[in-house]
Design a protein around this ligand. Structure first.
Ligand code: NAD
Length: 280
């Protein structure tokens, strides 16, 4: 394997083995529930991936699926899951159909069971650097940086993409690690003037080849979060030859993707710990 490649697959497999051992020691079985609505084909694939990994780790798994449902009915269903002591973690699979109020639905999930880390309460805790369930992709990126012993203090980090799911959350997590972080987005003028100055460049946009080799700093570290499917093949947001300038770079697939799934599984365990802390 190219020594410049950040191997998310390897790191996630190691994390999975550690987690499996911890889960095997528990007296009770933890349970992950994915709530899904409608027939989005990509969502079906993602739910299957989560089920496979949950079972491998040793959790129970349930996909609570509705072809159609109203806001009121879905809120009731999630409240039932919040009350159910056998349910450890709850995910609402996104995107939701247009008739549903995403903000309302996500925030109905108990913050102690919010294993996607997307409730307002958990996002505020993240901003305030309080212990919480973190969104899975940002958590996965932080774990990769830690595994590869990337020094963050005082580093110039540029993130491209400002979604809560990825870029905005990473902005806060990296700031808490004392990096100097710049957040770029679709309205940023002269993107290259930022990216070419970055010691660490993180890209989460969803546009193949948005970042080309000439836009990255020599010997920088590149984390490519983007997933773009073109003619049945997966690509990131960073052109693959950018690795020639970088000192380290994540591939797509096999970089951030596997870290997202394992972070979700780790969050289920953490949710169980948080729920037990509350019982004390
Ligand atoms: P999003 O659509 O919510 O956000 C995209 C962001 O990109 C926005 O903040 C927007 O301002 C910015 N943007 C759009 N065009 C731009 C441009 N030309 N220049 C600079 N910024 C621009 O998407 P998201 O949910 O944050 O996902 C981003 C990408 O990451 C997608 O490809 C998604 O599939 C991928 N993703 C991967 C994982 C994983 O596990 N690897 C997890 C989540 C998302």
């Amino acid at each position: 394997m190219n020594e410049k490649i950040i191997d998310g697959k390897k790191v996630s497999l190691e994390s999975k083995e550690l987690l499996k051992k911890k889960v095997a020691k528990l007296k009770e079985k933890l349970k992950l529930v994915v709530v899904s609505v409608g027939d989005n084909p990509a969502s079906k694939v993602y739910v299957k991936q989560k089920e496979k990994m949950a079972l491998e780790v040793g959790y129970d798994f349930w996909n609570l699926h509705f072809d159609t449902i109203t806001n009121k009915e879905l809120v009731k269903e999630i409240e039932k899951l919040n009350q159910d002591t056998k349910v450890t973690g709850i995910i609402v699979q996104l995107p939701l159909p247009d008739n549903l109020d995403k903000n309302l639905i996500l925030n109905t999930v108990s913050p102690l069971k919010d294993v996607d880390g997307l409730t307002n309460i958990n996002l505020l805790k993240l901003v305030k650097n309080e212990d919480s369930l973190l969104p899975c992709t940002p958590h996965g990126v932080m774990k990769l940086l830690e595994y590869y012993k990337v020094d963050l203090i005082g580093k110039r980090i540029v993130i491209v993409g400002r979604s809560e799911l990825v870029g905005l959350s990473l902005f806060h997590l990296l700031l808490h690690k004392n990096a100097t972080v710049t957040l770029c987005h679709s309205k940023t003028k002269d993107l290259k003037s930022y990216t070419s100055e970055a010691d660490i460049l993180i890209v989460a946009v969803g546009k193949k080849d948005l970042i080309t080799k000439d836009m990255v700093k020599k010997d920088s570290i590149i984390i490519d979060v983007g997933i773009n499917r073109v003619d049945g093949k997966l690509y990131g947001d960073v052109a693959s030859d950018a690795i020639e300038s970088a000192s380290l770079m994540t591939p797509v697939p096999g970089g951030v993707g596997p870290m997202t799934v394992i972070s979700l599984m780790e969050n289920v365990y953490k949710a169980w710990e948080l729920q037990n802390d509350q019982k004390d």
